[in-house]
Design a protein. Structure first.
Length: 135
């Protein structure tokens, strides 16, 4: 029984590492291109992150009204859209350029989605090979 637990830990660890590798391989092409493809309302959300980044850089933790972006119009969209997840993206902006920060942020969510899906499926079927297959 103890050997099986170690074996399961190794298998689960390898599966999670494969999710990390898959996320990296998927996004490495986009990161290397250095370009963004903005579709739908992407520019709106990029401006929201830029506003959060500017406010964090000036020492303000919370953003309620956009005063740096949106043509300095004082857009109040932060009052109606949740921005909790955007703070991670804005924090990555301190380290990376805007394009790389965006793709790393997407990669983290891709990795987390794969991992959470795997853990949920594993709790349902109890066999790691079936859990991977059913993802």
């Amino acid at each position: 029984m103890k050997f099986r637990n170690k074996k399961q830990i190794i298998i689960n660890s390898l599966n999670v590492l494969s999710f990390l590798l898959l996320s990296y391989c998927y996004l490495s092409f986009f990161i290397n291109s250095g370009k963004l493809q903005v579709i739908s309302d992407g520019s709106f959300h990029f401006a929201r992150v830029e506003e959060i980044f500017n406010n964090l850089r000036q020492g303000h933790l919370f953003t309620f009204i956009a005063t740096h972006t949106f043509s300095h119009s004082g857009n109040g969209s932060f009052l109606f859209y949740p921005s909790v997840y955007l703070y991670l993206w804005a924090a990555l902006r301190f380290i990376f350029n805007p394009v790389t920060a965006y793709y790393i942020w997407i990669g983290l969510f891709l990795f987390l989605t794969l991992t959470i899906s795997y853990v949920c499926m594993l709790s349902l079927v109890k066999i790691s090979t079936e859990a991977i297959y059913l993802l």
